[in-house]
Design a protein around this ligand. Structure first.
Ligand SMILES: Cc1cc2nc3c(=O)[nH]c(=O)nc-3n(C[C@H](O)[C@H](O)[C@H](O)COP(=O)(O)OP(=O)(O)OC[C@H]3O[C@@H](n4cnc5c(N)ncnc54)[C@H](O)[C@@H]3O)c2cc1C
Length: 564
């Protein structure tokens, strides 16, 4: 039996990302990835859109030039809110997308990108073993673990100190070492397909944007919203077709009243609500179709001090509304590397593993919880827009600066976060009520100009989150300042009828600003001193021009205009 440091079972994106990162950060570690070759892969592909953490991670491990030269650039997420969702003749959409982002990303043609990831992992010294695990024996930190595999015609066994499950939804190791929760309420189902050689939908919509974009709107990840569902369109780079797009629908079955198991079901639905999409699908060639029914789950434990870890879909399935599945995998790969390094150096403290596990789980639970409830207002253009601003404001102003500086991958900092960061955000209910009250004040059909009366996306997100650690408290405080500004703007819109209801939340947000600016750096001084950016190469590059591009720090002047 061959003995190695790490065996990763599963050779798709999560396994390869983790392997490449481990090898880059800890070059003397022996890492094996066990899984089928790309030609024998049987999993369905989505065609993922990347957001900041995963996009920067790919650059860190050396794939920037490859992605720039072969994949479709993604300038951000665009959201299409139909003004009269149930009227097939109404072609008006209020569209929201960032003016431009500091960190652009890519939309991945996964089969091609997985091959490039394999090649890069091998270049970094990862050993790729083509085969399948048929059993494993879970030991302890002292004894290690064993993996039994079939490689070609031979039976092969490995022993290892660390074992990582990256087997996706099959969760081959996860099912042995932990339990999984499947939410009984607010589940999610999806149907999707790849479409080639089609005529894009854009010319058939009447679109209102708040300002001209600094790029072609087509180069975004498109989201259409409606009653209990959203539809994605992810344009992909292709050598074999004139155009290619991954398109699909994610829905909450308890709120969505159409059957959704086939292309015919999809077309019947979009013909009623977004006829331009039906027209686009009929103009092209459908290459494949896939369905996941009620697919959400999460593991009750993802890391163990005994030396096993679950990563990617082996740890949890997510709702992909904000395209952050691979970004969560990025966070996990960094945490796993930090834990292995500490265990290897004999400095893993009691509670370190639990702190890392808890911090990503809390963040995910809060974000996914917000998304689950988001379906309840997706058909209401104004409310849906506001809730999203609120959520992405938290992502850009809080999560990203924290992640960038290592709050999720340094145990002391993870502990600090878990002290203050709860699974439920106590402020959301009052904010959501206010969004509903403001929407009601506007009436059933908001005018395009109404969307320009509230603080908007670019003001919420167009900032350099890749800040030095000393600036993190300022960024966090800014998140609450933006929330206050949003509440005040909405109160003005609904003529202060519900101001009393908002006062406790406003007072709390003011107090949090004070705490974050004045006390947090002192309370967390040991954690701040221990911080280490998880992407050191990217951090070195960004430090050279931060904050030179000052326009990313300032709100962009607002303007309403009609685009197409
Ligand atoms: C509808 C939808 C849309 C999404 N959109 C996005 C998006 O836009 N952006 C984003 O970032 N994320 C997105 N995601 C999430 C993302 O697609 C997944 O998180 C990701 O593909 C999971 O990768 P993985 O490597 O964990 O699992 P998989 O890709 O499923 O890989 C599992 C691997 O394990 C191998 N394996 C299984 N059993 C064994 C065995 N016994 N021995 C060896 N190998 C084995 C398989 O062959 C495969 O290689 C989306 C997900 C869904 C469902």
């Amino acid at each position: 039996m061959e003995n190695v440091d790490v065996v990763i079972v599963g050779s798709s994106v999560a396994g390869l990302m983790t392997a490449a990162y481990l090898k880059q950060q800890l070059p003397t570690l022996q890492v094996i990835v066990l899984g089928p070759s790309p030609e024998h892969e049987r999993r369905p592909y989505v065609g993922e859109s990347l957001v900041e953490p995963a996009a920067l991670f790919m650059q860190e491990i050396g794939l920037r030039d490859y992605l720039n030269s072969t994949q479709m650039t993604k300038h951000g997420l665009s959201f299409y809110h139909k003004i009269k969702p149930d009227d097939p003749r109404d072609r008006r959409y209020s569209v929201h997308a960032p003016h431009r982002l500091h960190h652009t990303a890519w939309q991945l043609h996964r089969p091609d990108v997985d091959r490039a990831l394999r090649a890069r992992a091998a270049e970094l010294g990862v050993r790729l073993v083509t085969g399948r695990m048929h059993d494993c024996e879970i030991g302890t930190a002292a004894t290690g673990h064993r993996v039994h595999a079939r490689v070609g015609e031979s039976a092969v066994a490995f022993s290892c100190r660390w074992l990582i499950d990256a087997t996706g939804r099959t969760r081959r190791i996860g099912k042995k070492v932990t339990t999984y929760t499947r939410p009984a309420e607010r589940q999610r189902s999806c149907f999707w397909f790849w479409l080639a050689d089609f005529e894009p939908f854009l010319p058939h919509l009447e679109i209102t944007l708040r300002r001209p974009l600094a790029y072609d709107l087509w180069q975004t990840t498109h989201h259409f919203l409606g009653q209990g569902y959203w539809i994605w369109g992810i344009p992909l780079a292709t050598r074999d077709h004139q155009r290619l797009i991954s398109m699909g629908i994610t829905l909450r079955p308890d709120l969505f009243s159409y059957p959704m198991r086939s292309l015919e079901d999809f077309l019947a639905m979009v013909d009623q609500q977004h006829p331009a999409l039906g027209r686009m699908v009929r103009s092209g060639k459908v290459l494949d179709t896939n369905v996941y029914h009620e697919y959400l789950y999460w593991s009750d434990q993802a890391y163990s001090a005994e030396g096993w870890f679950l990563v990617g879909d082996a740890a949890r399935a997510v709702d992909p509304l904000y395209s952050n599945g691979l970004s969560l995998t990025t966070v996990q790969a960094q945490q796993i590397a930090a834990l292995i390094q500490r265990q290897r150096e004999g400095v893993l403290g009691p509670g370190d593993v639990e702190a890392m596990d808890t911090v990503w789980r809390r963040f995910m639970a809060r974000e996914q919880g917000d998304i689950s409830r988001y379906y309840e207002v997706m058909q209401d253009p104004f409310q849906a827009c506001l809730r999203r601003y609120w959520n992405v404001g938290g992502w850009f102003n809080a999560f990203l600066p924290l992640w960038w500086n290592g709050f999720f991958s340094v145990p002391l900092a993870a502990r600090l976060l878990t002290r203050f960061f709860r699974e439920q955000d106590p402020a959301v209910e009052s904010a959501w009520r206010l969004f509903a009250q403001a929407a009601e004040a506007l009436g059933p059909e908001p005018a395009p100009a109404d969307f320009a009366r509230v603080p908007e996306l670019d003001w919420m997100i167009n900032l350099r989150f890749d800040c030095p650690k000393e600036e993190v408290p300022k960024h966090l405080a800014r998140a609450f300042w933006k929330r206050i500004r949003m509440r005040l703007a909405l109160l003005r819109m609904e003529r202060y009828r519900h101001v009393g209801e908002q006062l406790p939340a406003l007072a709390r947000e003011m107090a949090l600003i004070f705490f974050l600016r004045c006390l947090f750096p002192w309370v967390g001084r040991r954690a701040f001193a221990a911080l280490k950016p998880p992407l050191p190469r990217c951090a070195a590059v960004s430090a050279r021009d931060y904050p030179a591009q000052a326009d990313f720090q300032r709100p962009v002047k607002q303007a309403a205009l009609r685009a197409h």
